[in-house]
Design a protein around this ligand. Structure first.
Ligand code: UDP
Length: 240
């Protein structure tokens, strides 16, 4: 069910198997494991502890992670996109009458995201929202609001590593069942950013589309070869 990748365990079955798998957890942190997130995790003991914890499951989000799992000889069944898992969780929450909380993005993006989600899932309970621009070292008011709303799932869209630090610091104290860092997903639901066309996604070129649309991302791509290199070196040492 998992591929061992450096210090991580990556879920290696299908998305529907993943949805069944997480049902048995009373509390779970879903990490969209793209190379940038995994590479940053290697540099932070605090994040690593959370990523390796028993309440965290890492999904292979990104063609770089899929390739890395192939390199170590235990390929994943499919790439699992975080935004698609988020959609499925929202569908399930709608069916089951469970609530969600949206934390992150700029206020106008968050408002538009909420409006569009209400259009897409009219009976989905969005019990609370807060934008992502606050001091994560002093945010008792936000933590109190989340506690008061007591959502089933909280989606944190503040980019990596900020969203992962927020979740790792607070998930034990908060009452939610599902915690998930969702990066730029609120921007997608707000209609501000488009996902790549299906043909590009199926060819594993979503990263290229994002760089063409937002060229500032090019700097961040460097973590893909850096991460793959670490995987190749580690794998070689294991087989010698
Ligand atoms: N963001 C935030 N607070 C911050 C920095 C960023 O809420 O202090 C938001 C930003 O507005 C955007 C989201 O984080 O909506 C995701 O950023 P990015 O696209 O970098 O994430 P990725 O999808 O690449 O992980």
């Amino acid at each position: 069910m998992f591929t061992k990748l450096l210090k991580y365990k990556i879920f290696n079955r299908s998305k529907s198997e993943f949805m069944d798998y997480i049902d048995k957890f009373s509390k779970i942190n879903i990490v969209s494991g793209n190379p940038e997130v995994l590479y940053n995790g290697l540099k932070s003991e605090f994040l690593m502890k959370n990523f390796r914890g028993s309440s965290t499951v890492i999904i292979p989000d990104g063609v770089g992670t899929v390739l890395a799992c192939k390199i170590v000889g235990t390929p994943v069944k499919e790439k699992i996109a975080g935004i698609e898992v988020m959609e499925t969780i929202m569908e399930k929450c709608t069916e089951e009458g469970r609530s969600i909380y949206l934390l992150g993005a700029k206020q106008d993006v968050l408002d538009m995201c909420k409006k569009n989600l209400k259009k897409k899932y009219p009976t989905l309970i969005i019990s609370g929202t807060h934008n992502g621009y606050f001091d994560i070292d002093n945010c008792d008011n936000i933590l109190s609001d989340i506690r008061a709303c007591s959502p089933y799932a909280i989606f944190v869209a503040m980019g990596n590593p900020r969203q992962d630090i927020f979740i790792a610091r607070n998930m034990d104290e908060l009452p939610c069942h599902i915690y998930m860092g969702v990066g730029g997903s609120f921007d997608v639901f707000a209609g501000k950013v488009k996902r790549a066309p299906k043909w590009m996604i199926s060819l594993g070129l979503e990263w290229l589309y994002r760089v063409i649309k937002e060229p500032f991302r090019i700097k961040r791509l460097i973590s893909i070869p850096k991460f793959l290199l670490k995987v190749i070196i580690f794998n070689k040492k294991q087989t010698i």
